[in-house]
Design a protein around this ligand. Structure first.
Ligand code: PBG
Length: 331
């Protein structure tokens, strides 16, 4: 054996390693840049004051009263995150989720408080009934069937009440057919033509939402969400869903979850070239958190790697429970 390099015989003018020589060279040729500006921070808001209740399945994530949500948002802004996505945990639930459109429910109260107390924050609200219905389904029921068109009526009312409170963007996450166009028309009719719609366009029926349902207390009392959320096996269908939502006036389209669906993010972005969001959902977060707590994964490293991968796939915007932590690391 000699140390005589065998590659000498090859004509090695091409050496990809050359540009990996120093941190400075790697930075110069980096194709994907992750920045805190692309991150959206989801918050769970509840009734009351001074409430900060940690979600057991999502360490570091809290149910917050409006005053605490204001504090959390201001702190996130200091870290470099300037957009939040609000989910409501109402005091009372009923068959039709009427609290979703209540002007004094937690989301509406928090939107007003944020607009009043936090400058330059972009306020996005999740529009769905599952947090508000006694049965935990995303719509109104006839027996065990989730009715599409009657549900859309309620979603429109919720979206309008979020706009009235001052939301910049409403984000329907219900996956009912026709809700984007119907919400757009009603917002316009009421003079909210500047309120944008970020539609959960390709939202899959995913087991990765498990921890969220504990955080939002929104698990279905029976059955599942397979009749409205997408089959994880499909991606042509995702393009069709996105196309329909864009035709109906969606300004931003979303793919959800993110990491198990990078191929879908990539297809959606390259097909439509429109502002594309991806949601790193509760189960993705919980998975990384749990492994990190066990000492099995290096949390800052996997956090940034996963977010970079989601960006590389084509997401312009990433919704993540890691928003604050990632923003701090990116500074
Ligand atoms: C409401 C909604 C859900 C999520 C976002 N909006 C739950 C669901 O569809 O069951 C999941 C978010 C997450 O898991 O982080 N429909």
């Amino acid at each position: 054996m000699t140390d005589e390099p065998l590659v000498q015989d090859l004509n090695l003018t091409q050496r990809p390693r050359r540009l990996r020589t120093t941190a400075g060279m790697r930075t110069l040729v980096r194709e994907t840049r992750l920045s805190a500006e692309a991150l959206v921070y989801p918050l769970f808001v509840c009734e009351g004051t001074n409430i900060r209740r940690e979600v057991p399945t999502m360490p570091g994530v809290f149910q917050l009263s409006a005053d605490e949500a204001v504090r959390e948002t201001a702190a996130a802004q200091k870290d470099g995150v300037s957009a939040v996505l609000l989910f409501g945990i109402p005091a009372h639930k009923d068959e039709t989720g009427s609290a979703a459109a209540d002007a004094n429910a937690p989301v509406q109260n928090t939107v007003r408080a944020l607009r009043e107390h936090v400058d330059d924050v972009t306020v996005i609200t999740d529009v769905c009934l599952c947090e508000y219905t006694s049965h935990g389904h995303c719509g109104v029921l006839d027996g065990e069937r989730i009715l599409n068109d009657p549900t859309v009526r309620h979603l429109v009312d919720a979206a309008v009440s979020h706009a009235e409170a001052g939301a910049h963007i409403v984000a329907p996450s219900d996956m009912m057919d026709g809700r984007v166009g119907t919400i757009r028309a009603e917002l316009d009719a009421r003079g909210f033509d500047d309120v944008a719609i970020m539609s959960y366009a390709a939202k899959y029926c995913s087991a990765f939402y498990g921890p969220f349902r504990e955080a939002a207390d929104s698990s279905p009392a029976f059955g599942d969400r397979r009749t409205h959320q997408m089959d994880p096996a499909n991606s042509d269908e995702a393009l069709r869903e996105v196309e329909l939502d864009l035709d109906q006036g969606a300004d931003i389209i979303m793919v959800k979850p993110a990491m198990p669906y990078l191929d879908v993010i990539q297809r959606v972005k390259s097909t439509f070239r429109r502002p594309t969001a991806a949601y790193q959902v509760s189960g993705e977060y919980a998975m990384l958190k749990a492994a990190a707590q066990l000492g099995w994964l290096n949390e800052p490293a996997v956090m940034l790697e996963s977010l970079t991968a989601i960006r590389r796939a084509g997401a312009d915007i990433i919704i993540t429970y890691y928003a604050r932590e990632a923003a701090r690391l990116l500074r």
